[in-house]
Every structure is written in C-alpha cells, then in structure tokens.
Design a protein around this ligand. Sequence first.
Ligand SMILES: Nc1ncnc2c1ncn2[C@@H]1O[C@H](COP(=O)(O)OP(=O)(O)O)[C@@H](O)[C@H]1O
Ligand SMILES: [Mg+2]
Length: 241
Amino acid sequence: MAVITFANTKGGAGKTTAALLLTTELLHRNYRVCVIDADPQRWFSKWYEGAALMPRLTVETYVSAPTIQKTVHERRSQWDFVIVDLPGIQSPLLASAVGLSDHVIVPIQGSSMDAQGGAQVLDLLRYLDRKAGIRIPHSVVLSRVNPAITTRSMQAVKRLLSEQEIHVLDTPIAERAAFREMFDMNRPLRKLEGVQTSGGEKAITNAEAFANEILAVVRTGAAKPPAYAATRGLPVYETAA
Ligand SMILES: Nc1ncnc2c1ncn2[C@@H]1O[C@H](COP(=O)(O)OP(=O)(O)O)[C@@H](O)[C@H]1O
Ligand SMILES: [Mg+2]
C-alpha cells in the first residue's frame, strides 16, 4: 500500500525509535507491516529478533543499495505498509530509498535543532523536485523533544521550517523513558510493564497521535505543493494509501 521511509544522515536523530513507534501503532490497528532494516547496525532487526512473535510483522534485514529496490517492489504489493529504516550516515541507500517512497519522514531532534543530517535529506528531496521533477512528499517530525518545552518555542521552530516550505508534523515525539525501554525490553510500547503509569500513558497518547498524523499525511500526499512546483505546473504527487 504505502512505503514510508525514515531518513536523517545523522545517527541518534530518533529514526529507529520513530519507525518502531509507527510500526507498532500500525500493528495495533491490525495493519500488516513489513519493515526494511537498511541499517548495517540492525537496531530494528535486533529488537525484532528479541521480541515475541508478531504475526502481522516481518522485518527484512541486511537490505543494501543493490537489493533495496527489488525488496521494496516485492513487499509493497504484499503488505499494508512498508517502513524503511535507514542508517545514520550518508549512503547510496538514501537516494534509492527516497525514490521508492510514498512519504519520507525526517526526524530532527527538537531539543538541539541540530538539523544538519536532516538538512542533507531535505536538500536531496528539493534537488529531485527542482532538477528532475520528482516530488516525494515528506515531513519533518521533531524528535526527542523535552515534554516540558513550551508550545511557543515549538511554534517558532515550526515557523522557521515552514518558511522554507518544509512540512512539519503537528505531533513532536517527546523524549520519554518508555521509548527507550521498548529497545531495552524488546517489546512494543503498549506491552511494556508498568506502561499504565502516567508517563507511560503519555507515551502511548504521543505514539497514537504520531501514527494518526502520518496516516493522514500519507493518505493525502501531505503537505501542500511548494510554490515552485505550482508555478512550474508539476503534478501534485498522490499516494494510493
Ligand atoms: N523519543 C525518545 N525518547 C527517549 N529516548 C529516545 C527517543 N528517541 C531516541 N531515543 C534514544 O536515543 C538513541 C538513538 O535513537 P534512535 O532512534 O536509535 O536514532 P537513529 O535511528 O536516528 O540513530 C537510542 O538510544 C534511543 O533509545
Ligand atoms: Mg537507527
């Protein structure tokens, strides 16, 4: 149905965490999900190998630049969602994966706004659009945001990005212990012990809102087309989600 790629050429931006949250929320809604773990460090695969069997989830591991195209093409017709988790380095995989995606999510750490790795992905997306007329819908998600951060400073960051015609999800991903524990315990968020505590409940609400928003942007092809696409009469990319 839809291919969603998590990309940022910097490690630690929160790609795998965001990919895992989306995956487990989609499973919770009874979708069938295939994750393509394109990171040689295999964080997603290691989580999956240690987790209890989940019949609606499969994880393809050791996927590299020469194999990603075939793997995505085969899997997209068989699964409701294909989620691609990329490594936190510059690699030829980035352009291949982005070109195969219905939507690219770029997690950028909200706390530090250290956006360099995200900017490399956004530059590539802009280049594909302007030079080749290939418009891949994409959104930034502010990740690892301190839950105590003021709405005003979040709004300022969003305004800064939207001035550059970059769509930013309304839902940031907060920095939460529960999001780290998913990896330590090899469990989905909702299956963590003690997740009924207030911190855990907030984490679930956050994951739920994040998945809702991604489903909505994937369905609509997301963000409005940038002004230059409209003036050049480029078609607005639509997904078949
Ligand atoms: N929202 C979050 N809350 C708490 N810890 C997080 C969050 N996002 C990421 N982390 C932690 O930060 C580290 C890097 O995150 P990860 O998702 O693996 O980043 P990436 O895949 O971009 O390299 C991991 O230890 C992860 O558990
Ligand atoms: Mg990762």
